[in-house]
Design a protein around this ligand. Structure first.
Ligand code: C2O
Ligand code: CU
Length: 702
């Protein structure tokens, strides 16, 4: 956990309501104390709590201004404007009206501590202008807590109006209540002496029920997304965030998206295939089957595997080759599967997404993928049918494409797949099947390349200790002129890859997953020895690593499409179930925004994480060039990624060329989140799919 501005903003937001509620109650209570001495004591406590509440608010405002200065608020979150419009006047009123009275009450030294408060004092303490401002602020802070329900990207004016409207409403309601109390005070009725605890209990109960009802209604109303949905017919909002094709906004429910585009004739994903003819240079057979497997430590469990192995066999191929992979499903029961080539920009029809580019392959059946490999580097493959379950259980493996011309030969090329295996005894991180210390030999002077693949849902932090090293590729794309670094931690998001290279010294070198410090791989010349992993280094920063070089486009290029995507989490209903939904611009699949592009477009996308968890956002079929991270421009080597790990509070700007027509999934690769709705897709104008989520084939890409 690290503190970012937006996380701080969130935490302060959580404190805001309790702080103001406490302050409001104490301020009011003061007037009802039976003796002058006790009234003074209560005033003092009220003063302390009030100061804390004010401080929290000021801190929140400072953070808000900071975020605004980073172009954050106005990009990601106009909702904060609502809160501002609601809180600011109430807070000012508290400072001007309430604070001086509480201060003077706290300082007043009564002659007789046991005497009752004078009527004048009591009236002053209980007057509307004293007690009301903190109450309004408290209610405003509570309303602000529900701010996440407001849709982002609406107009600033609308948000302002909502804030001011709410402020007026609360003020009116509370004033009516407070007036009554003041009148009773003037008539000599002592307030705040609740005869029975029951009254408070009833009040509290009513408040809780009312709040719960509002919360339930609002969350249900805003989150009734249901499966099945399809990738070609969307009720979502393409071009969310603006772009020249804004006319696509707000399609009527169920309307066929592509019917109206009028441009190119409809093309089915079925026709976007790899070469059907020609003798393949490589043929692989992958059979999905259940298999009892055992980790190095002896823990065993029943896995779903390709060819009985976990991870599945490493598929090695060479740039330029025509590859054929025959998938056969021999899983028990009625479990269908697919294979998706993660990070490989194959033709859309070969992408292996159940419900988008094919029907899932049923038990007993086979399916053949054919594509020409036009790139090189570390990729991986996995089932894209019920991926949350199937990948977790083992239906994945590494895929390595050697470049047509070897530019950086190494003596040892080691693929390391980091996974979290779920066994009956718990979840264990492992490299491949090794959840213990794995010893390997490497002669001093040998060049070693480690291809790190994170096949788990969560971000992994790797430490390579004992030798300086270079990060030579990210997501399989080479880094230009990588420099040597030492002891920097490699943060690899779910589904991401990192290649590192080092020259073997005569002493041990160790690779460690920080989540399993006792395990890892130790390289040494004699297969003995060890070195303490260094897990406290600074994190590797990809925005300034290596040397800049030409790219087909850059931050200055004019983009044909601009998308802004805000990731968040909030309680609500999804598919009939209540839970934490993982939202994109406030929506979940199939209502999450669809990115609509035309072939040839340069597409610029901004990712913002306003939630509390990492979101490794993976776009199929394309590589995204990182333009900036948290407002900091990329200055080093170009970095091309297929998965952007957007951590809480982070903001990334990327761009890609729409040069691979089809319907492509674009989703969070933490498959738990995928299953909670964090799925959108990129659709080219004029492309349709005959497949749908659900249906006879039980297609469930997530
Ligand atoms: Cu690695 Cu949509 O997947
Ligand atoms: Cu996520």
């Amino acid at each position: 956990m690290y503190l970012t501005l937006s996380r701080l903003d969130f935490i302060l937001g959580l404190v805001l309501f309790p702080a103001w509620l406490a302050a409001a109650l104490l301020v009011r209570r003061q007037a009802g104390r039976p003796t002058a001495g006790r009234a003074r004591r209560t005033a003092r406590i009220a003063l302390v709590v009030l100061s804390l509440a004010l401080l929290t608010t000021v801190a929140k405002l400072v953070v808000f201004v900071q975020l605004a200065a980073m172009d954050w608020v106005f990009v990601s979150d106009r909702r904060s404007i609502t809160l501002l419009a609601l809180l600011l006047p109430a807070v000012l009123a508290t400072v001007v009206l309430t604070l001086p009275r509480v201060v003077s009450a706290a300082r007043r030294r009564p002659e007789d501590r046991e005497a009752a408060l004078s009527d004048a004092e009591r009236a002053r303490a209980a007057s509307v202008r004293t007690v009301l401002p903190p109450q309004i602020t408290a209610v405003g802070a509570l309303a602000g807590f529900f701010e996440k329900f407001l849709p982002p990207h609406r107009s600033t004016l609308l948000n302002l109006a909502v804030g001011i409207g709410l402020l007026a409403l609360f003020t009116a309601l509370l004033t009516v209540r407070a007036r009554g109390r003041v009148r009773r005070l003037a008539q000599g009725v002592t307030p705040a002496r609740r005869s029975a605890g029951r009254t408070w209990g009833v009040r509290l109960g009513t408040a809780v029920v009312a709040l719960g009802a509002v919360f339930g209604l609002v969350s249900f109303g805003l989150s009734n997304s249901k499966l099945p949905g399809t990738f070609s017919m969307m009720q979502g909002e393409p071009d969310y965030g603006g772009g020249p094709a804004g006319g696509h906004n707000h399609l009527a429910g169920g309307q066929h998206l592509h019917g109206g585009s009028g441009s190119a004739a409809a093309v089915s994903v079925d026709s976007l295939k790899g070469p059907r003819e020609g003798k393949p240079d490589r043929v692989f057979n992958l059979t999905a089957q259940e298999k009892k497997v055992t980790l190095a430590s002896g823990k065993s469990f029943t896995a779903w595997t390709y060819n009985g192995q976990i991870p599945g066999p490493e598929l090695r191929m060479k740039e330029g080759e025509l590859v054929e992979v025959k998938l056969t499903n021999r899983l028990p029961g009625a479990i269908p599967v697919t294979i998706h080539w993660h990070g490989l920009d194959v033709p859309n029809g070969e992408d292996g997404v159940a419900g988008a580019t094919q029907d899932a392959v049923q038990p007993g059946q086979s399916y053949t993928y054919r594509f020409r490999v036009e790139e090189s580097g570390t990729r991986w493959y996995h089932s894209h049918q019920q991926a949350s379950e199937q990948v977790k259980r083992g239906l994945f493996g590494p895929l390595v494409i050697e470049p047509a011309e070897q530019t950086r030969p190494v003596d040892k090329d080691v693929t390391v797949v980091a996974h979290d295996w779920e066994t009956p005894g718990g979840t264990f991180p492992a490299f491949g099947t090794s959840d213990k210390l794995d010893r390997r030999t490497a002669k001093a002077g040998e060049k070693v390349r480690l291809r790190l693949v994170n096949s788990s849902n969560v971000t992994k932090t790797f430490a390579l200790t004992g030798v300086p090293f270079k990060v030579t590729a990210l997501d399989g794309t080479d880094i230009n002129k990588p420099g040597e670094i030492k002891d920097e931690l490699l943060v690899v998001g779910g589904a991401q890859r990192a290649d590192v290279e080092f020259t073997m010294p005569s002493s041990p070198v160790r690779l460690t997953d920080s989540a399993a410090a006792g395990a890892g791989i130790v390289f040494s010349p004699d297969g003995k020895g060890d070195i303490e992993p260094k897990l406290d280094g600074q994190e590797f920063d990809l925005t300034g690593y290596g040397e800049a070089t030409d790219t087909p486009f850059d931050a200055g290029s004019k983009a044909g499409r601009n998308f802004s995507l805000v990731f968040d989490d909030w309680l609500g209903f999804y598919n009939g179930k209540f839970g934490l939904r993982q939202t994109i611009n406030g929506k979940v699949f199939p209502d999450a925004p669809m990115l609509m592009v035309k072939e040839g477009d340069l597409v610029r996308t901004r990712f913002i994480n306003r939630g509390e968890e990492d979101h490794p956002i993976h776009l199929h079929g394309h590589h995204m060039l990182v333009l900036s991270k948290d407002g900091k421009k990329s200055t080093g080597s170009p970095v091309w990624l297929d998965t952007i790990n957007v951590r809480p509070g982070e903001q990334w700007e990327v761009a890609f060329k729409a040069d691979n027509p089809g319907i492509w999934m674009d989703h969070c690769h933490n498959f738990v989140h995928t299953g909670l709705g964090m799925v959108m897709h990129l659709t080219y104008e004029g492309v349709t799919t005959p497949y749908s989520v659900g249906g006879k084939a039980h297609n469930r890409p997530e």
